[in-house]
Write a protein that binds this ligand. Sequence first.
Ligand SMILES: Cc1cc2nc3c(=O)[nH]c(=O)nc-3n(C[C@H](O)[C@H](O)[C@H](O)COP(=O)(O)O)c2cc1C
Length: 435
Amino acid sequence: MPKPFHLAWFMNFSVDEWNAPFSAGGDPWTGEFYIDMAKAMERACFDYIMIEDTLMIADAYGDSMEAYLKYALMGPKGDPAPLAAMIANHTSKLGVVATLSTMAYPPFMLARLCSTLDSIAQGRFGWNIVTTGENHAARNFGMDELPPRQMRYDMADEYVALVKQLWDSWSPGAVVRDRATDTYVDHAKVKPIDFEGRFYKCRGPLNCVRSPQGRPTFVQAGGSPRGRQFAAETADSIIAAASGTKAMKEYRDDIRRRAAEAGRDPDDIKVFFIVTPVLAETEAMAKEKLAFYTSTEAFMVKVLAQISSVTDIDFSRFSLDEELPRMTTNGEQGSLEAFAQWGTGKTLRQLVADRATRGLDGIVGTPAAVARRLGEVMEEVGGDGFLITSPFQKVSRQYVTEICEGLVPELQRLGLARTSYGDAPMHLRDRLREF
Ligand SMILES: Cc1cc2nc3c(=O)[nH]c(=O)nc-3n(C[C@H](O)[C@H](O)[C@H](O)COP(=O)(O)O)c2cc1C
């Protein structure tokens, strides 16, 4: 029997696929649309739903906000924290991960928010730790530009050390609720932290109770060598974009090596790779669907605008029929490399076409065929799971159904996905370490 792998879903609190033939209309702001989505994932026994976030309206593509607002790319979006609370409230087993930036939140506020969300979610909350990669976001927080990546991660190291101390400022058992002595909290079990670092200073203690997990499950997505080091030292789960099985295996092996060198058990870190299956009743229909969504001028602009936004590089400047020059960015270096596929000789037009399937072959077809292919990929990579996201930028109920009621049952029949959560309540970190 093959080993099952983990499943998570990558989305954001943004506009749904509002004007395609099977659409929900583009008004998801009450959160109901995403609650429905999370319930479908829980029925399919996903490990977690992960809510992406950025903090600006971009204009990197063509030096204009037009493409971003016209196509509702990377915005408008709602704040992930209240949506995480709502999803947690409407589910009981699914993990809920929200993205919160170390650039944007004072550590005390983030620690309290995560602790509160973990209590609401009864131990199923995860924090996607990002340092933010866009200069415009930095400008929304009073800076002229982002600090360089090295410094962002140095700051994040210290930030994480601080918030961990805040989460530990309440010892387990501090809340005694002793009626006989009229004592709610045993004051001896709550301590200031008096943290003084290079970048942050905080007295503590936290002013909310210790959450079920003690600290949230840590999710991270470092792509650069410095980012990978941070992720390997910190994360319980890593989400990654890599083009093809070879790059996936290289990434995971590197993370596991770095984790072992840092004294961690590599099996305590579950790496999820982005995949974007395109499903239909027959392979020909799936290929036609892919062509229907990707052969338009608008798809080209959407992909280029999206990658421009997370790299602060204007991709409207490059010829579609030539290879991309090698470049670096102070933004998302890992995402740039996964997109550019340097060394393959592909033109920019081919890279855009690859974007729908993220450079992974064999994931356009029937649920049964794609399930078999994912099994092969996972065996080659070595583990641990897949992070599903829509191939066409936005998500519809139809796509969620195709995955949760088409692909997942096929994975389950092959013994490749969890068929039940079991009856006992479980914290997200333990759920990830189940296998
Ligand atoms: C699957 C995935 C999801 C990500 N989600 C976010 C996000 O929600 N917000 C954000 O600012 N960055 C996000 N990032 C960017 C990462 O935090 C990170 O900056 C990026 O992978 C580049 O790595 P580097 O920082 O080491 O260069 C994501 C990256 C990946 C691969």
